[in-house]
Ligand binder design. Structure first.
Ligand code: FES
Length: 65
């Protein structure tokens, strides 16, 4: 799903950048240019960032065999 229409950045690209260590909107802004033009994508960028960081911090519980 396209998140930033000005720079054609989708949620997968944002998640990949986060997986490679970016942990802030500013970092995503530098890496992918999201929010650099109209800024309308910033609330959604922030939501993707927060939910992805939560998933990394709290991975789903592993099944005990
Ligand atoms: S939609 Fe992202 S800067 Fe315009």
């Amino acid at each position: 799903m396209i998140i930033c229409h000005c720079h054609a950045v989708n949620d997968r690209q944002i998640k990949e950048a986060i997986a490679h260590g970016i942990d802030s909107v500013r970092g995503l802004n530098r890496e992918l240019n999201v929010g650099n033009t109209c800024g309308q994508c910033l609330p959604q960028v922030r939501r993707v960032l927060e939910s992805t960081l939560m998933q990394i911090a709290e991975p789903s519980p592993k099944k005990v065999a």
